[in-house]
Design a protein around this ligand. Sequence first.
Ligand SMILES: C[S@@+](CC[C@H](N)C(=O)[O-])C[C@H]1O[C@@H](n2cnc3c(N)ncnc32)[C@H](O)[C@@H]1O
Length: 361
Amino acid sequence: MDPDKKDRFEKRFTDILNYGALNLAMAIGYKTGLFDVMAQENRPLSRIEIAGLANADKRYVEEWLGIMATGRVIEIVTENPVCPLYFLPQEHAVFLSKKGRSSMAVYTQEIPMLTEIALEAVVSDFSRGEGIPFSQYPRFQAFMTELSNNKFRDGLVEKFIPDVVGGELINRLESGIRVCDLGCGQGVAVRLLAKAFPESTFIGIDNHEAAIHVAREALSDDQLKNVKFVCEDAALIQDKEEYHRQFDYVFAFDAIHDQTRPLDALKGVRHMMAPGGWFSMIDIDAQSDHEGNMGHPMGPFLYTVSLMHCLPVGLQDNGAGLGMMWGRTKALELLRQAGFKDPQALEMAYDPFNVHYLCRT
Ligand SMILES: C[S@@+](CC[C@H](N)C(=O)[O-])C[C@H]1O[C@@H](n2cnc3c(N)ncnc32)[C@H](O)[C@@H]1O
């Protein structure tokens, strides 16, 4: 045994335990609004002030500040042990407050939520590999909406759309085309697009009835007339005449890898596309082998989300079980199998964690 290697791993092990604990405590700070009040005040605060501003119990806040300070998320600016002051630097606040321009704080919710709702089910399915029904994840769609609001609010209309086919898509959207969002969830993306491009018509498709219901309700709040939502299994679309060649642009954000029959869903996309149409599949950027992902900055995080959600829901009913980290090679292979001749994998400058697979009819 190499003693140095053992020491190094012991140190890493300590870091792992600390970072896991920090993720959980940061999730609590996000949920209870503690980061938000500290970011808003932008000055050193006592625990009593923080508790008052966030309407929280001061002993809980004190314990939480202990985690944030020792975890170097929040700074102690006065070393007065009787009444220390705590400061959230702006350089940290941009990631942590809900309104921060680079807010990543919503991601702190993901592992605690999946642990709470699926840990036992996943552990017990390890011996069977049968997968876990989507109904096991009742809070998933609401979480996805929070995440998508965060992700799309600045990026979708201003950055992603103008970049597709060198600006040709935005021209077509402005003139008026038929667009489908496949696996739309609660419809965040498609509603943003429908608002931005009133000349075009939009349809959001998802097989999750409750998500479609929420999407429809949001629609009446928005008073949008150019979008509708339909509950449909993407795998069955290829057999339905009413969808044949109906769409000039189809997109699927983060919605192919966790389907049980992704190949059939992609064949459905081809069935839906009008001649000259485009399909954008946006998915996590990864390699298809573990070795290739050794340098991925979020490898363990993304594989864990996949293990706890994407893989088990994709394994249902003898499903493909691609998992979120299926990677470029498998993705391009599946697109070709579905009949797309020359799918391209395009980097997205403003979103390095995803890749844009652009396909033509
Ligand atoms: C990770 S979520 C992404 C949602 C949305 N596109 C977004 O980016 O916020 C994946 C979505 O695909 C949907 N989905 C999974 N299997 C499907 C199927 N067979 N047909 C239609 N939608 C499906 C799920 O219900 C879920 O809403």
